[in-house]
Write a protein that binds this ligand. Sequence first.
Ligand SMILES: [Zn+2]
Length: 218
Amino acid sequence: MKEINDFLLNLYTTGIKDRYRTEIMFPNLKNGIVTALDLYSIIMIPENELCLKYSTNPKYPDAQRIISEFESKKRKSIKVKISDLAKEISKARIVIDKVSIGCEECKGSGEVTFEYEDKKGEIHDIEGDCPICNGEGEVVLKSNFARVKLDSKRSGRDKTYFINIEGLNFHPFQIYKLFMVGLTKGCDFIEIFYSKEDSQRTMSYFGNIKVLTNLINV
Ligand SMILES: [Zn+2]
């Protein structure tokens, strides 16, 4: 549905009249790609995947260069569940994706008994640490998905709220927008690419749609 892509473009425009930068109030067409951006994010959608017609403003920021620069860096990625984002955005609850359960092997005791047959054929019972839980008595389950948590930091009288995803801190509204893209595209999770060489930016891909999201400093 191409109409959804037009909707997403307009989700990323500033919506605020900036008398110095009126050009970024509207999406911009360049080289067959339509871009929308604000101070924190950039979205790029191929022209042929959109319904509306967009014009070209020569004063428009060179967002394609910013994207290409970031894409040229060595990157890692984390996957974030749409459902986890939904929970944190609505602050319904904090998701803890690391849970401990009692070890079934040793029934939580941390110890197991095993048999050793000596050279004469005699059987000896030996007690030792459970090899499944390393003697802890419980097993830590680790999810393949990143931990998402609404967090805040106070500095003087100001309190900044942000969404922390495995140490990457996002402006809640920017995560809301990324979430909306993933949701409308029917994704179960969003893969977020980040780079140690550029600790300010992240990127995600939805088919031919590219979204760059800046991190915030807290
Ligand atoms: Zn055990």
